[in-house]
Design a protein around this ligand. Structure first.
Ligand code: ZN
Length: 159
């Protein structure tokens, strides 16, 4: 059976990123169960790439898998823009609202005296994401699972 909307997929994987080794994985020795197409369980790029695959191992490399790196998302701020009690140091994340009032998370990439530079790109933006794992099982979802939008039974929602 092939992975498609309204199938239940049992999967384990690791995510490697160039130069950074393993940055994410399913818990050691555990499979993740998902109702395919519902989102929220797997990173979207990985979920999309699984369509049409059958049980067995897989290797998927996604260039810009977390989005392209956008230099326009790097911006300057001043120390006074931060709360007085905040330690403003490289690597810290802060929440802002952009010009449209949308919440944005930005990481400090430079801080010296009054000058601070932030980067609102996702940490993995612009990088190739390499997923490697095993699809253990693909089965048809029950009508009830499709209606609820999640997996029932062992490893799923029990109710
Ligand atoms: Zn349910």
């Amino acid at each position: 059976m092939k992975v498609a909307p309204n199938t239940v997929v049992s999967i384990e994987y690791v995510l490697r990123v160039e130069g950074e080794g393993i940055v994410d994985s399913t818990p050691e020795g555990e499979k993740v169960l998902l109702l395919y197409g519902e989102g929220h369980v797997l990173p979207p790029g990985l979920e999309d790439s699984l369509a049409g695959r059958e049980t067995g191992s897989f290797r998927i490399a996604l260039a810009d898998g977390a989005g392209a790196y956008d230099p326009k998302k790097v911006f300057a701020a001043k120390r006074e823009d931060f709360p007085d009690d905040a330690k403003v140091k490289v690597g810290d994340e802060f929440y802002f609202e952009d010009d449209n009032g949308e919440p944005v998370t930005a990481r400090i990439i430079f801080a010296d005296g009054d000058d601070v530079t932030l980067d609102a790109n996702l940490e993995l933006a612009g990088k190739t994401l390499e997923y490697e794992g095993i699809i253990h099982d693909v089965r048809e979802a029950t009508e009830e699972e499709i209606k609820h939008g999640h997996v029932h039974g062992e490893g799923g929602v029990e109710h």
